[in-house]
Design a protein around this ligand. Structure first.
Ligand code: ATP
Ligand code: MG
Length: 425
């Protein structure tokens, strides 16, 4: 009760008492005091009750505040978690014990979302038709332990499957009960590819070194026994073979050293190079090859592409490799065109085109790999080891440019190299 309320009660009691006094009755006094006492007690009780109510209000307000703070903190954590999840490069998926999706991140949707994903509806088996993913999740859940596996999975928009290192861990509530599993899909396709390339590279180098070395060893042994036996007539021929194979070994080792120097970031010294002059020099250098195969070669320089900002030695290597290929793989009497044009972004584009057999579709993605040859036998016959285009690609990339291949089987091949201008490097 508040102060005015108490005043009213006092006034009321005094009025009763006064009335009774006027009535001159002793008993009514008693009544008056009892009334006053009762009034005061009632006021006290109500005051106490009022305090409790107020306390309760205060407590409620505090609880409301706490609750709002916790829910804001929860919301913040959720938002942070969501940002974190979407910035993670791994695909993440959580499922409940029946295999229904609980949660997935943006990366997961980008890779596997083609089926349409709905939390608490879509199941693991609907996303991954092959059972291997569901099996790993099931094992982790059954054994209550993390499981690892390497799986090849199709991803949205790509024809080739990707390899994932899948790690699945059971999800536990605070009380320790397992209510599902979370899987992290780490894309190891590139890593695997690099590993395979490294293994292939060592195998290829050994193989390529072995062939000429075997020839050198065989011919030098025969040469020695012929010499000891006094048979001299075949010796000049043997020396020729030995010398040719030694040249081949040196060329191969030169290419390998070149490649490793470009790949490991060897210096590139850019300067202005006259494209027409460079082309003529390269054609002169390759004249024996051109004449041998009776090829037609011509150079075109578009206005604005007379000069190119590049490392002269490296640029020459690019042109030699491309023109050499065109001479080697085009049928006798074929045509080769070297053209310099203005390229995108103020740079220069080099085109080397021929009217040869072209490069089959299935080989195009691998053509720039080290040691890759479309027709190994044919290539070896003409002295190729499959390093030329790999060198070309690395040189152009070290200049900040890019290489593109256009080819129509049966009609010809064209390589386009885009070199950026001085400001784009
Ligand atoms: N202009 C072309 N026409 C048809 N096929 C080509 C052409 N250029 C390259 N190729 C194919 O691509 C393969 C790889 O070429 P690359 O220049 O890398 O190696 P290579 O010529 O065999 O050997 P290297 O250049 O190391 O002497 C060749 O073996 C050949 O099969
Ligand atoms: Mg070549």
């Amino acid at each position: 009760m508040n102060a005015p309320g108490f005043g009213l009660l006092l006034l009321q009691t005094l009025l009763v008492a006064a009335g009774m006094l006027l009535a001159d009755a002793p008993v009514p006094w008693l009544v008056a005091f009892t009334t006053l006492f009762a009034g005061i007690s009632a006021w006290r009780v109500r005051a106490l009750l009022g305090d409790a109510e107020e306390d309760r209000d205060v407590e409620l307000t505090r609880m409301q505040g706490d609750l709002r703070e916790s829910s804001e903190a929860l919301e913040r954590e959720r938002a942070e978690l969501s940002v974190l999840m979407s910035s993670i490069s791994e695909a993440i998926l959580a499922v409940d014990e029946s295999g229904k999706i609980l949660f997935f991140n943006d990366r997961f949707r980008a890779f596997f979302g083609a089926v349409g994903l709905t939390e608490r509806k879509t199941t693991l088996r609907e996303v991954f038709r092959a059972s291997e993913v569901a099996d790993v999740f099931q094992q982790a859940q059954r054994e209550l332990n993390p499981r690892h596996s390497e799986v090849d999975l199709s991803v949205a928009g790509e024809s080739q499957p990707r390899t994932f290192d899948l790690a699945v861990t059971p999800l536990r509530s605070l009380q320790g009960a397992v209510y599902g599993c979370v899987g992290v899909f780490h894309d190891v396709t590139e890593l695997k590819r690099a590993e395979r390339m490294r293994i292939d590279f060592v195998a290829n180098v050994s193989h390529e070194l072995r062939s000429p070395l075997t020839a050198i060893k065989g011919y030098s042994d025969t040469l020695r026994s012929d010499f000891e036996a006094g048979r001299m007539e075949d010796i000049p021929g043997f020396v020729d073979v030995i010398s040719r194979n030694a040249d081949r070994l040196m060329a191969l080792i030169g290419d390998l050293l070149d490649l490793s120097s470009i790949e490991s970031g060897g210096e590139i010294h850019r300067q202005w190079v006259m494209s027409g002059e460079l082309s003529q020099r390269v054609l002169r250098q390759l004249e024996p090859r051109r004449a041998q195969r009776n090829m037609n070669a011509h150079v075109e320089v578009e206005p604005g592409a007379e000069r190119i900002y590049a490392d002269p030695g490296r640029l020459e290597q690019v042109l030699v490799n491309l023109v050499d290929n065109a001479f080697k793989y085009t049928q006798e009497g074929g045509r080769v065109r070297v053209a310099w044009e203005k390229g995108p972004g103020g740079g220069v584009r080099l085109r080397v085109a021929d009217n040869g057999p072209g490069i089959p579709e299935e080989s195009r993605a691998r053509i720039f790999e080290r040691f890759y040859r479309v027709d190994k036998a044919r290539s070896r016959e003409v002295g190729g080891t499959g390093l030329g285009l790999s060198i070309v690609k690395h040189i152009v990339q070290r200049h900040g440019g890019s290489v593109e291949l256009r080819s129509t089987p049966g009609q010809g091949t064209e390589f386009l190299c885009d070199f950026p201008g001085p400001e784009g490097t």
